[in-house]
Design a protein around this ligand. Structure first.
Ligand code: PMV
Length: 327
């Protein structure tokens, strides 16, 4: 019998319309729809080997054995796959990322997308892209968006099967670039899983959710029309609404540092004063994702390196999707 093993790779993604808050925390059913693109060149590569002679699952991340909550989260995800395949046995998981953690690039999206694909393929389960996306969502909400390629929409849905992400435009349609301006490498104090649970305590979250579909529609239309000015306005608006929710919950979450705010002003000046195709978006941390068209990216990257407090700029082009690879 051949070994029950498979290797998959998946990229992280950057949201243009953000996911923040769940309708159902256990199933990670989001309170609102979101839009993202994957970051090509960056990837997590994960090998899963299922065996009957193991006493427990084991997980290696970048060469180190995981334990505690990090291990439990993966074991919980493997439980879903065991149930799907009616398999009794344990897995060895070995995961490596080619981008460092703490650089403002969400690693859990790539990790749970690669894990979902490798773990199911190793057991011979042939899930559709939609089923895989929904499965990845159970591990980390935004992982649903790292399964398909190009520009991706993740729907709220009414139940597990209906909350998945799919491609609505190809990367070739508009090869945007994400310049990640790293201003801090320290770990965030409140991770996104606890953050989603806090979101509903903000008096602003109800208004954010009530208006999310309109921003989603505007963003999708702007991408389809390759209208950068419109895209920039809705991306920054959506980002600011999410951070307003973060700042006004209990407890309040303030992810920005002084350098974050400096970059916000700077990016706006480059667009409004100099007419550059550039806008910003920020996840659950202080680093700033500066989104630019390919024509604008080179000059913007050089300018970013000159902004006081910017430690590093990492460039990622739109692209990539989760796929099986030969080990
Ligand atoms: O998938 P999670 O639980 O890591 O949540 C991601 C949350 C944000 O990065 C802040 C927004 C997003 O849509 O990616």
């Amino acid at each position: 019998m051949s070994a029950l093993t498979a290797t998959a790779s998946a990229p992280p993604n950057i949201a243009l319309i953000k996911y923040w808050g769940n309708r159902d925390d256990a199933q990670r059913l989001p309170a609102s729809p979101s839009i993202s693109f994957n970051l090509a060149e960056l990837q997590t590569r994960t090998t899963v080997t299922w065996r009957k002679d193991l006493a427990a699952d084991s997980v290696k991340v970048n060469g180190a054995l995981a334990s505690g909550p990090a291990l439990e989260r993966v074991v919980h995800h493997l439980d879903h796959v065991r149930r799907l395949a009616a398999y009794q046995g344990y897995a060895q998981v070995d995961s490596e990322s080619n981008f460092p953690i703490g650089t403002g690039i969400a690693s859990s999206a790539a990790a749970f997308a690669a894990l979902s694909l490798a773990a199911t393929a190793a057991l011979g389960l042939e899930l559709t892209e939609r089923e895989l996306s929904a499965l990845a969502r159970l591990g980390s909400g935004s992982a649903a968006r790292s399964i398909p390629g190009g520009f991706v929409a993740w729907y709220t849905g009414d139940c597990h099967e209906d909350s998945y992400a799919e491609t609505f435009a190809s990367v070739e349609h508009w090869p945007l670039i994400d310049l990640v301006a790293v201003v801090s490498r320290t770990h965030k104090k409140t991770g996104s899983t606890s953050g989603h649970a806090i979101a509903a305590t903000s008096p602003l979250q109800a208004a954010r959710i009530a208006t999310a579909q309109a921003r989603f529609d505007r963003c999708k239309a702007a991408i389809q029309a390759r209208d950068f000015q419109e895209l920039a306005e809705v991306v920054e608006l959506d980002n600011n609404v999410m951070h307003a929710v973060m700042m006004t919950g209990r407890p309040p979450l303030l992810y920005w540092q002084p350098e974050t705010l400096r970059l916000i002003h700077q990016v706006r000046e480059w667009r409004e004063r100099d007419g550059r195709h550039v806008c910003y978006t920020i996840d659950a941390g202080p680093n700033v994702h500066v989104i630019a068209t390919p024509e604008a990216a080179e000059a913007i990257e050089a300018n970013l390196r000159g902004v006081p407090g910017v430690l590093e700029v990492r460039q990622a082009t739109a692209g990539g999707k989760a796929q099986l690879v030969n080990p």
